[in-house]
Write a protein that binds this ligand. Structure first.
Ligand code: SF4
Ligand code: SF4
Length: 443
């Protein structure tokens, strides 16, 4: 795509990067077929190609974002299906990140939109605030229908609808500690405890620590780590996102320097995509660029790390049919497609792949709160495809997808690592009913 940025504009490294991304686009339109918002809404401006034109126009003319552009950029899920499809290697993720930061700096949103975003950015990244907010949400739940009747209040209705009815107690697995293996040590990793996940489902990190310990890996929960920054990053709140990134880089760099790390293990693929991008996010910060690149190079999804280990035979081969939902951040953001399915199959599960597996479930960080109508349509489409597999259980590797899909189906949904922990000697994951048949006995 031809561009007409001036040398002055290109002196800004963010603009220069966006210009080089835009120039790679040959407007072939292949990406439109796999874009969930184009498939759902049928508007070119809600496709990757349409958004690239809008961003180009906004940046080239050096103008503040307007409502028209913001509407279509806000509808983007950042699912990155377009990057998987694009034959020209257009790095849409970095382009839309820049567009969102530009919108945040130059556009004044309506009051309720600002308020919603401020609440999300202030509460979600902090487990104690999020826990308190979920307690309040239980009180507010009866009003969800009323709030949903007014368009500007729909995000608050969506928050109440998505809030779980019960919140598990805080887990010791979230506190800074070192969890050593029982026998000989074959590795040492840090685990990202995260922000929303340990509140909503602490069993995921507990299962990860148990499984890795059983496999001889020491798991460190470093002092000082916190939210990866993805939630605010996707809202264009760049400085806040970089603050979270710097804090984590410092926490993990201390561990690298004191005992060494083989990997930084992540159990939420949305976080993994962002942490793997820390080197890019902090590239212009001389104090952090090198450290961030080092940390990003160690980041691994838990299934990626497990696939590199020499695993013993599982203790139990449950033989359950599992519908594997590959989160967008897993398959498009990190290009991890093979490992989770291979591990599940190796553990004895029968893996079923839903149709249209490349299309987002509508979770996408805070998207299901900020764009509840599109998110609900995508969820229903995803749930129909998953239920059509006839599987007994859904497995996925991202807490956001678990919450979103779980809100639309009665099928049990668990994290992939919880099933792997079960097969390799851990407890049966919470949520799998006793009535689910275990087809094959332990070997
Ligand atoms: S597939 Fe790639 S090159 Fe083609 S229109 Fe989409 S972004 Fe541009
Ligand atoms: S990130 Fe997803 S929703 Fe956004 S343009 Fe790409 S395919 Fe469409």
């Amino acid at each position: 795509m031809q561009t007409s940025f001036t040398p002055d504009q290109l002196a800004d490294p963010h603009v220069a990067e966006s210009e080089s991304i835009i120039r790679k686009c040959v407007h072939c339109g292949f990406c439109t077929a796999t874009c969930p918002t184009y498939v759902t809404l049928g508007n070119e401006l809600d496709s990757p190609r349409g958004r690239i034109y809008l961003i180009k126009e906004m940046l080239e003319n050096d103008r503040p974002a307007d409502r028209h552009t913001v509407t279509h950029i806000d509808r983007c899920l950042s699912c990155l299906a377009c990057m998987t499809t694009c034959p020209s290697g257009v790095h849409y993720m970095h382009l839309v990140d820049h567009a969102r930061a530009h919108i945040e700096k130059t556009y004044r949103r309506p009051l309720l939109d600002r308020l919603t975003r401020a609440v999300l950015a202030t509460v979600l990244p902090h487990p104690s605030r999020f826990r308190a907010a979920l307690a309040l949400a239980r009180l507010g739940r009866p009003f969800a229908g009323l709030l949903g009747a007014f368009r500007p209040l729909k995000p608050f209705a969506a928050m109440l609808a998505l809030a779980p009815r019960t919140v598990p107690p805080a887990s010791a697995a979230s506190r800074p500690a070192s969890h050593g293996p029982g026998g000989a040590r074959r590795g040492r990793v840090a685990i990202l405890t995260g922000c929303a996940q340990p509140v909503l489902d602490p069993g995921i990190n507990e299962a990860t620590i148990r499984l890795l310990n059983r496999l001889g890996v020491e798991v460190v929960v470093p002092e000082g780590e916190g939210c990866c920054g993805a939630l605010v990053h996707h809202m264009g709140r760049e400085e806040e996102a970089l603050g979270f990134a710097r804090r984590n880089v410092d926490a993990w760099a201390r561990q690298i320097d004191n005992g060494g790390l083989d990997a930084i293990v992540i159990t939420a693929s949305g976080c993994g995509t962002t942490i793997k991008d820390y080197g890019h996010m902090l590239r212009l910060d001389p104090a952090y660029a090198a450290k961030a690149a080092r940390v990003a190079g160690l980041a691994m999804d838990v299934t990626e790390y497990l696939s590199g280990l020499d695993l013993p035979a599982p203790e139990l081969r449950p033989g359950l049919e599992v519908a594997y939902h590959s989160a967008c951040s897993m398959q498009h953001g990190q290009r991890i497609t093979r490992q989770p399915k291979e591990l599940l199959a190796r553990a004895g599960f029968i893996v079923r792949e839903p149709r249209e597996g490349h299309i987002c479930c509508g979770s996408a960080g805070t998207y299901n709160i900020l764009q509840p109508e599109i998110a609900a349509r995508l969820r229903d489409r995803k749930v129909a495809n998953i239920e059509a597999t006839g599987a007994a259980v859904i497995a996925t590797g991202n807490i956001g997808c678990m919450t979103q899909i779980g809100s639309g189906t009665s099928m049990p949904i668990v994290h992939t690592v919880e099933l792997l922990d079960w097969a390799w000697g851990g407890p049966k994951p919470h949520g799998i009913p006793e009535s689910v048949p275990v087809l094959e006995a332990a070997q």
